[in-house]
Design a protein around this ligand. Structure first.
Ligand SMILES: *Cc1c(COP(=O)(O)O)cnc(C)c1O
Length: 395
């Protein structure tokens, strides 16, 4: 076989293995499902007329998330990006600071840093966790930073590196144990971008609860959705109070007076979105079990494929398997674009990983580690259909 013929035949083999699992027809990458109390709660919300800034669903939704994640305090907001922006703000990230984030992430992680006037500083990921490579990071920080008056200073830019934001890629927990020890050693504040990892645990503890604060997203493509929405998680009562206050226009409670003590944000989650969220939280355990079952099916279908494998949680992690991830072996990376083409052509929606942040116009001049492994990962990742419905309909 010639090289191009081999590429096509490998790609077809891979697409065939996916088709075996997803069944016939046109298959989305990820669809939400509304088969619990969604209609009931939405009707109740509409009937109550409290669709916006008052009503009982916001508090109820926050309590459900708190109970599920073990986070002591939960502040719901308009979206995950706003949740991360406010999480970073309340822990003390300031204009001119640098914040360490993986280069392999959705652009929102970098944008949330930028909204505060801070500068994202990009890190290498690893194939074991799909998150920050803690091994390389430790050496990098040793070589390029120094501690001055309890702050981590970037020796090259002279700026304070204030925080580190791991992102739990496609739902898979990052190496939190080493991230916590690095944060401690280099005086960095840990804030987690847990937008994709509601329902994922590291050593039995929910992601998003390891740092000073964490951010969740309830966008339409996430494991549960409120249409648009997000939440800040923290175990610190005073941080939670500040987060609630500044995301609700910093209004001082009063029966009729409009008084605001700082520049606040209108980032509150409307009651009608929270109503949807309450119903979605009730079916979260089922969605997770369907996604974990879907992983098992893909895994067995790919056992016969030598050019690629399906990413699997490590023994310390229990993943929500939000987006199923196919990873091509290094020697088969040329096949990626053909897999993307052939699968989308036959109605199976697949997607590459996000372009690395350092390749985006707004971030190409930001500080960065060497991204050799991350570049390789980017060229080998394909996300494949992941809706929990794929299991339900075949049960
Ligand atoms: C979805 C997502 C966000 C942002 O969430 P929105 O609710 O869409 O604003 C942030 N970070 C990551 C990694 C995400 O996947």
């Amino acid at each position: 076989m010639s090289e191009p013929e081999k590429t096509i035949s490998t790609a077809n083999e891979i697409v065939q293995a996916i088709r075996e699992i997803v069944g016939p027809g046109s298959i989305a990458l990820h669809e939400p499902s509304f088969d619990g109390n969604e209609w009931l709660y939405l009707k109740e919300c509409l009937d109550s007329k409290h669709v916006s800034s008052t009503g009982k669903f916001v508090e109820k939704f926050e309590a459900l998330i708190s109970e599920f994640t073990g986070a002591k305090y939960v502040v719901s907001v308009v979206n995950g990006t706003a949740a991360l922006q406010i999480a970073l703000k309340i822990v003390g990230v300031k204009s001119g600071d640098e914040v360490l984030i993986p280069a392999l992430t959705f652009v929102a992680t970098a944008n949330a840093v930028s909204y505060l006037g801070a500068i994202p500083h990009f890190l290498e990921s690893d194939e074991k966790s799909l998150g920050i490579n803690t091994f390389k990071l430790r050496d990098y920080l040793k070589a390029n930073t120094q501690i001055e008056s309890g702050l981590c200073i970037n020796k090259i830019t002279g700026r304070v590196i204030r925080a580190i934001v791991p992102m739990h890629t496609f739902g898979h927990p990052s190496d939190l144990e080493n991230l916590l020890s690095i944060a401690n050693e280099f005086r960095l504040i840990l804030v987690e971008d847990a937008a994709e990892s509601l329902g994922s645990f590291y050593c039995g503890q929910h992601t998003g609860t390891f740092g000073m604060a964490g951010a969740l997203s309830f966008n339409g493509n996430k494991i549960i959705t409120t249409g648009g929405g997000g939440a800040i998680l923290t175990n610190d009562q005073s941080l939670a109070r500040i987060a609630k206050h500044i995301t609700t226009t910093a209004k001082i409670p009063h029966e009729w007076e409009f008084d605001h003590d700082v520049v606040g944000y209108n980032y509150r989650l409307p009651n009608i979105n929270a109503a949807l969220g309450c119903a979605q939280m009730e079916s979260l355990p089922e969605k997770i079990s369907f996604k974990r079952a879907l992983f098992q099916r893909y895994k067995s279908a790919f056992e016969k494929i030598s050019d690629a494998y399906i990413f699997e949680e490590s023994n310390k992690c229990k993943s929500n398997y939000w987006l199923q991830t196919l990873i091509l072996k290094k020697e088969s990376q040329v096949v990626r674009d053909t897999v993307l083409e052939e699968s989308n052509k036959c109605g199976i929606m697949t997607r590459p990983a996000w372009k690395l942040m350092t390749h985006l116009i707004p971030y190409r001049n930001s500080p960065s580690m060497n991204l050799e492994d991350t570049n390789s990962l980017y060229r080998r990742i394909v996300n494949i259909p992941s809706s929990p419905e794929l299991i339900r309909v075949q049960k």
